[in-house]
Every structure is written in C-alpha cells, then in structure tokens.
Ligand binder design. Structure first.
Ligand SMILES: C[S@@+](CC[C@H](N)C(=O)[O-])C[C@H]1O[C@@H](n2cnc3c(N)ncnc32)[C@H](O)[C@@H]1O
Length: 213
C-alpha cells in the first residue's frame, strides 16, 4: 500500500517535471503572453501559500500613498493585495496586454467597490503614461513572457520617478522562471541597480532602484 502511494506520487512528480521541461524549451524559443483562459489555474491555494498576496505587497515595499504600476496582473489577486496597502491617497494602475484580463479585473474592482485601482489595456513596450510618474513598478511571473526585455525595461525606466523602484517576483514552478543572476544582469544593463534580493532559488523577489536619467 505504502509503496503504491509512493509510486503514484513519483509518477505525478516525473510527469510534472517532463511537462515543465517541454514547456520551458518551447517557451525559450517562442515567447508570448499566457493564454488568458489559463490564468485562473496559476491562481490557486498552493501558490497563495507560497506567495501570499498581502505579504507579497509588503515584500515589494508597497506603502500607503504611493503611485504604483502592476504589469501583467493576471487574475488580479496580487493587484488587490497591493491595493490594500495604498490607502485612499495611493493609486495602483494595472496594465495588461490581454483585454479579457483587464475586463475581468475591472469587474472585480467594481464588484468589490475598490476606489484606488485602475485597470487598463496596454503593452509594456508602450506605456500610456508620462515620464517619471510612478514610485514603484512591480511584476510577478511576467518579465520572461516579454520577448524584448531591454525595450520594456527602457519604458519602466522612463515612467519611474528618480529613485523609483522596479520589483520582480519569480517562482520556479513557472515555466518562464528566469535565474535571478541573469535577470539582475539584464536589469542592471538598463540603468537600474539592485537594492535587495529576498527569498531563495525556489521563490525570489528582486528590488531595483532607478539610477541616472
Ligand atoms: C503568468 S501571468 C502572471 C499574472 C500575475 N502577475 C500572477 O502572478 O498571477 C503573466 C501576465 O502578463 C501579461 N503580459 C504578458 N506580456 C505582456 C506585455 N508585453 N505587456 C503587458 N502585459 C503582458 C499576460 O497577459 C498575463 O496576464
């Protein structure tokens, strides 16, 4: 009996590993946004245990009164977690390239009567915002879905205030997971410097500060 359970668990683990590896290889060559129909699957109880929405916002350094940009909100769970910290003086704008995602987030915002969040369809390559308007930009398991990362980083740099923060959270379970070292190199090449690394190989957060103009 015990051996059978062990075999089943091993089977599940190996199947997951094979699927994960295949998806990783495909995604290495073909980068595109996650199909919106799959977004609800990445928001699940296991993930919320590893990356609790409210605590993730604290980890990101989100504080009352800030103007914050959430790139790629997906199901919006982390967006609403972040909004709780901003208070009525703060503002969170969530942008996503996928209109359906923004439509669903907008419905949530209206249903829950949230006043400090705005949802807009936009591409990370062309942010519909003036220069130097955000205190902080964050994205969770998003950056490696963007084919031209330096181009997006240039936009993040443009819309951040001087000394504004750029924050990435990543999870190994995501087939697009980037190694922290490689991501750090790319971001530092775009005129940011690393302030803090939190977490471990399985789950990490990198906090960068905008440097220079
Ligand atoms: C893997 S999901 C992550 C969702 C959410 N941040 C989370 O962690 O649950 C990636 C999100 O990034 C969005 N995305 C991908 N490329 C984008 C781009 N170029 N500009 C804006 N959003 C993009 C996708 O549509 C999707 O909502």
């Amino acid at each position: 009996m015990f051996l059978n359970i062990l075999y089943i668990l091993l089977g599940i683990f190996v199947t997951f590993l094979i699927l994960h590896t295949i998806i990783r290889v495909v995604r290495y060559f073909y980068k595109f946004p996650i199909p919106q129909s799959l977004v609800k699957f990445i928001d699940n109880p296991l993930r919320r245990r590893i990356q609790p929405p409210y605590e993730t916002a604290i980890r990101h350094g989100i504080e009352s009164g800030m103007r914050v940009l959430d790139v790629g909100p997906g199901n919006g769970t982390y967006t609403l977690g972040a909004a709780e910290h901003l208070g009525s003086e703060g503002q969170l704008i969530a942008i996503d390239i996928e209109p359906k995602i923004i439509e669903r987030l907008q419905e949530k915002i209206e249903t829950e009567g949230i006043m400090n969040v705005e949802a807009r369809v936009a591409d990370a390559y062309e942010l519909p915002f003036d220069d130097s308007g955000f205190d902080l930009i964050y994205m969770i398991t998003v950056i490696n879905e963007i084919p031209d990362i330096p181009r997006a980083l240039k936009e993040f740099h443009r819309v951040l205030k001087p000394s504004g923060k750029l924050v990435f959270s990543e999870l190994l379970l995501d087939p697009d997971y980037p190694l922290a070292g490689k991501l750090t190199q790319k971001v530092q090449s775009a005129n940011f410097h690393l302030l803090e690394k939190i977490g471990n190989f399985f789950y990490y957060t990198l906090i960068f500060e905008k440097s220079g103009e």
